[in-house]
Design a protein around this ligand. Sequence first.
Ligand code: URA
Length: 426
Amino acid sequence: MTHDAIEVISAKRDRQALTDSQIDWVIDAYTRGDVADEQMSALAMAILLNGMDLREISRWTDAMIASGERMDFSSLSRPTADKHSTGGVGDKITLPLAPLVAACGVAVPQLSGRGLGHTGGTLDKLEAIPGWRAALSNDEMLAQLEDVGAVICAAGDGLAPADKKLYALRDVTGTVEAIPLIASSIMSKKIAEGTGALVLDVKVGTGAFMKDLDRARELAETMVGLGNAAGVHTVALLTDMSTPLGLTAGNAVEVAESVEVLAGGGPADVVELTLALAREMLAGAGVTDVDPADKLADGSAMDAWKAMVRAQGGDPDATLPTARESHVVTAPATGTLTRLDAMAVGLAAWRLGAGRARKEDPVQAGAGVVWHARPGDEVTEGQPLLTLLTDEPERFERALDSLEGGYDVGDAASYTPTDLVLDRIS
Ligand code: URA
């Protein structure tokens, strides 16, 4: 059945549920270029304002999957599991997690993206490793999954092309925040990718897309429903992103911190979240007799990391790039660090050159922020609190502006610890 764009836009504008046929038509026609960007923008805004019911979201997701290819890992000798984070500051978890889960016997086909705005991108981080390449063909990906067990690479152009076009449009039309559009965007790619199990890390807090727990829960429930209905064993953890993860935000600095975790050390919160997500991925893939903590301790996760990096042309033993310039921010008083705001740190790292403002911009491998205390730690007036790193010292001023009001030092009594894992949705 054929439709026209104005009919579909008007229906959503007037708060009607779109029919299956209208959804199939509009996604297909937009992908082919028969529905114009300005028409799709109007429809995206109508969806943001008036919502979609679960049937519409599910059909929209299916139509985006059908716009491209589906990958098939059924020929692999082991089960597959993937993780998706909705994006945070200092969120380097994919780096230690993928080789760790591979070391436990489950293959990890991780299609990742680049950072845009204040949240970092996994591919940008890995590109700090000399020689490492993000682009793999489907055959290379399959071979690496069989040989090494883990791949982190860029999604090819053939996967959910409707989402690629629509996401770029949402980015410039103020329509990213609609839960039906976020859920269908993420899940169309993950379902098309062909993973058997999926764990969603839905971030909540100042440094996340979702600032409050209720909206994060609604997004998580929607995505878990879409995944399970498509036959992908899907669970979500809601995790705190009001404080940045670990002690680093940037590219090379986050790789170095991930390697510390793989060597059996690293910040406690990064280790805790890596293990929590690994256990969910293993359970989703049906592997219940392996404790991932053992694989960190016995070096097998590190071996899988080195094999994964080498398989993509990188040298895991090479010295990582460092920034040419640094600037130290000292503690303003003696006491307890009671708050370190994820958004402030993320913006600072971005302004130092770790992230990009437009998708074609380059990033600096050495840029970022390293903090020397975490909320709850005691600090002494004048001690280094944060170190800012960049190749371009003119960036320090704007980075310092974003850190203004981003941390507090006070009494131990005014510090309330928050849980890292806030909820689990299955
Ligand atoms: N990540 C995606 O892939 N899509 C969204 O809509 C938001 C985050």
